[in-house]
Design a protein around this ligand. Structure first.
Ligand code: MG
Ligand code: ZN
Length: 198
């Protein structure tokens, strides 16, 4: 059986506007062109799967249930524009102690928090994904490091953090102004159109 190709997407700052901590459904506001970009992926041969760190659950800033409601709001806004996500994986964990009211159930060192690749591996198993033909698009160096850790092609978008977090010293394979541009260039195979990262 032929394996699936996938475009993995970060959520905050990549699909929806970066606002620091997103803690409620009303915080979700789509970046211009994001729904149109995902719609193009939906019409292509790629799956479209979100992988998102949500340490606010471990810090007890919102519950796992509320994290689900936030994702439902994202899905609803996308659906209204004719786009959908094939799946969303979140990591609700956080390794560091010391937050007030923290939820110790999730205060662990897990293997799904990006840049670890647990969420990618879960998706790979569930959807029979060929990572060698897949991409990850995100706005932080953590997303790029995640792609490097599982050897998939990486695209940094200049929305959200635009790589300014500096958490990892990494070089993305490509840089695009936003999700719409990143998806278009992947789907058209026009890698010349990318600004190749230094
Ligand atoms: Mg992000
Ligand atoms: Zn985790």
């Amino acid at each position: 059986m032929e394996r699936n190709k996938c475009i993995f997407l970060d959520r905050d700052g990549t699909i929806n506007v970066y606002k620091g901590l997103i803690s409620k459904p009303d915080d979700i506001e789509l970046i211009d062109g994001a729904a149109e970009a995902i719609k193009l992926v939906n019409k292509s041969e790629y799956l479209c799967i979100v992988i998102s760190n949500q340490p606010g659950v471990a810090k007890n800033l919102y519950s796992l249930e509320e994290a689900g409601q936030i994702n439902e709001k994202l899905m609803k806004l996308l659906n209204e524009k004719g786009a959908y996500l094939d799946d969303i994986f979140i990591c609700p964990h956080h390794p560091d102690k010391g937050y007030p009211e923290e939820n110790s159930e999730f205060k662990i060192k897990c293997d799904c928090r990006k840049p670890d690749i647990g969420m990618i591996e879960m998706a790979q198993d569930k959807y029979n994904i060929d990572l060698s033909k897949s991409y990850i698009i995100g706005d932080s160096t953590v997303d790029i490091q995640t792609g490097i850790n599982c050897n998939i092609k990486t695209v940094l978008v200049k929305t959200g953090l635009a790589g300014s977090d500096g958490t990892y010293r990494v070089c993305p394979d490509y840089v695009a102004n936003n999700l719409y541009e990143a998806v278009n260039l992947i789907l058209r195979g026009e890698l010349n159109g990318f600004i190749k990262a230094e």
